[in-house]
Design a protein around this ligand. Structure first.
Ligand SMILES: C[S@@+](CC[C@H](N)C(=O)[O-])C[C@H]1O[C@@H](n2cnc3c(N)ncnc32)[C@H](O)[C@@H]1O
Length: 361
C-alpha cells in the first residue's frame, strides 16, 4: 500500500499531541540548586504524587509518605520557595498552577534533574579546568564518561547497558525539542527524511507521526540503532523509520532523501569534521531537497542568568557555535537559499536550512 500523499501546501500539519508542540518551561523549577534538589527528593519520595491527587496537610503528608513531620517541613519549605507548592487559605498545601502545568512533563523534569546532578558536580570540582584547561576538563568530568561513542560500535549486552542511560536522556530531550523544530519545517514538501546521528529515532518518529506520507532513515552507530529499534517498538511510526547503523564520517550515506537533518549533532565535532559532515550530507541530499541543522547556539550570556538549570548546557558551551559557521559550511557545500533562524527552547537553537539545486525526481 502506498503512503498517503502530502497536502498540496502544508507548512505545519496538525495531528501530533499537544505536548509535541510547545517546549515546556520546566527550567523555572530548576533555577536554584537546593530547590531543584528538593524537587528531586519530593518526586522520589512520593510527595509530588500525593499532592497531585489533592491538597493535604503536613500531618497527612507525613503519614502518607513516611517522612518525619520536621524533615517534611524542611522539604516543603524548599518546595514553596521554588514555586512548586503554595499554602491554601485553609492551611493545606497544594501544587501551584504553574507546577501543575509542567507536571505532565515529569520525564523531562526527572531527566534534567539527574543530568544536573552530574554536570553540577563536574563544574564545581573542575571549574578552573573548565575555564582554562578544556582537555583536562574533558578527561576528568564524569559527564563525558557518559557519552562513550566508542562503546556504541558493537551491540554487546555490556555496551547496550553503558549506552542506554545517555540515549534515554537524549531521547527525552528530543521528545520535547522535536515539536517546535518540526513546526518550522515544511514537511509537506518532503517525502523521505534522513536523520544523521538520529539516535533512538525519536525525532524521525515524531516527524512521521505528523506527516503520514513521510518515511525516514536514521543513521547512527550500531548500539544506538539497536536501542532505537527498542525505543520505537510498539509505535505506529516504527514501520516508516528504518535504522541504518553506520559511521557517518566514513561510510557512504544513504541516498534518495529530500530532507536531511542534523539535530544537536554537529557540536560534537571539531570545525573540520563538522564542515565535512555538512558537505557529505549536502552531497547525499536528493536534487531539490533540503539540508537542515538544528543546533544550540552560543550560551546567551549577559541576556539571562546562568543559573543551576543552565549547567546542563553550560558544560557543552565551548562546543556551541555561531550560526555563521553553519551558514558558511552550507554555502561551501554548494547549497542555495541558505537561511538561519532561532528557536528558543531551553536556550536559543539555530535552525539553518539550505536547498540543493536541481529538480526533484
Ligand atoms: C549529541 S547526540 C544527538 C542525538 C540526536 N540527534 C538528538 O538530537 O538528541 C549525537 C549522536 O550522534 C551519534 N554519532 C556519534 N558519532 C557518530 C558516527 N561516527 N556516525 C554516526 N552517528 C554518530 C551518536 O551516537 C548520537 O546519537
Amino acid at each position: 500500500m502506498s503512503p498517503p500523499a502530502p497536502p498540496a501546501a502544508a507548512a505545519s500539519v496538525p495531528g501530533a499531541p499537544a505536548a509535541d508542540h510547545a517546549f515546556p518551561d520546566v527550567e523555572r523549577f530548576l533555577r536554584h540548586e537546593f530547590e531543584a534538589r528538593a524537587l528531586a527528593a519530593a518526586l522520589g519520595r512520593g510527595v509530588i504524587d500525593r499532592l497531585a491527587r489533592s491538597a493535604a496537610t503536613i500531618a497527612a503528608l507525613a503519614a502518607e509518605t513516611g517522612l518525619a513531620p520536621e524533615r517534611l517541613a524542611l522539604l516543603l519549605g524548599l518546595l514553596a520557595s521554588g514555586g512548586v507548592i503554595a499554602a491554601a487559605p485553609d492551611g493545606t498545601l497544594a501544587l501551584t498552577p504553574a507546577f501543575r502545568a509542567v507536571l505532565p512533563c515529569r520525564d523531562l523534569l526527572e531527566a534534567k534533574l539527574a543530568f544536573l546532578d552530574l554536570v553540577s558536580d563536574d563544574l564545581r570540582r573542575l571549574f578552573p579546568a573548565f575555564i582554562d584547561d578544556p582537555e583536562r576538563f574533558l578527561e576528568q568530568a564524569r559527564t563525558f564518561e557518559l557519552f562513550r561513542y566508542d562503546r556504541c560500535l558493537v551491540a554487546t549486552p555490556e555496551n547496550c547497558a553503558a549506552t542506554r542511560p545517555w540515549v534515554a536522556y537524549t531521547t527525552c530531550l528530543t521528545r520535547y525539542e522535536a515539536g517546535p523544530i518540526l513546526d518550522r519545517l515544511d514537511l509537506g514538501a518532503h517525502r523521505r527524511l534522513l536523520d544523521l546521528g538520529g539516535n533512538s529515532g525519536e525525532f524521525a518518529a515524531r516527524a512521521c507521526a505528523r506527516a503520514p506520507w513521510l518515511s525516514a532513515t536514521v543513521v547512527d552507530l550500531p548500539v544506538v540503532c539497536a536501542l532505537g529499534r527498542d525505543n520505537l517498538a510498539n509505535r505506529a511510526e516504527a514501520a516508516r523509520v528504518a535504522f541504518r547503523p553506520a559511521d557517518m564520517l566514513r561510510d557512504r550515506l544513504p541516498e534518495g532523501h529530500d530532507l536531511v537533518v542534523f539535530k544537536s549533532v554537529l557540536h560534537d565535532w571539531p570545525p573540520r569534521e563538522a564542515a565535512d559532515l555538512v558537505a557529505r550530507a549536502a552531497a547525499a541530499v536528493a536534487p531539490g531537497g533540503r539540508l537542515v541543522v538544528a543546533e544550540r547556539g552560543p550560551m546567551p550570556f549577559g541576556t539571562r542568568p546562568v543559573d543551576y538549570a543552565s549547567a546542563a548546557n553550560l558544560v557543552f558551551a565551548p562546543f556551541f557555535r555561531d550560526a555563521a559557521f553553519y551558514l558558511e559550511a552550507f554555502r561551501r557545500a554548494g547549497l542555495v537559499a541558505v537561511t538561519a533562524g532561532t528557536i528558543d527552547l531551553d536556550m536559543p537553537f539555530h535552525l539553518v536550512q539550505g536547498r540543493k539545486t536541481g529538480e526533484p525526481a
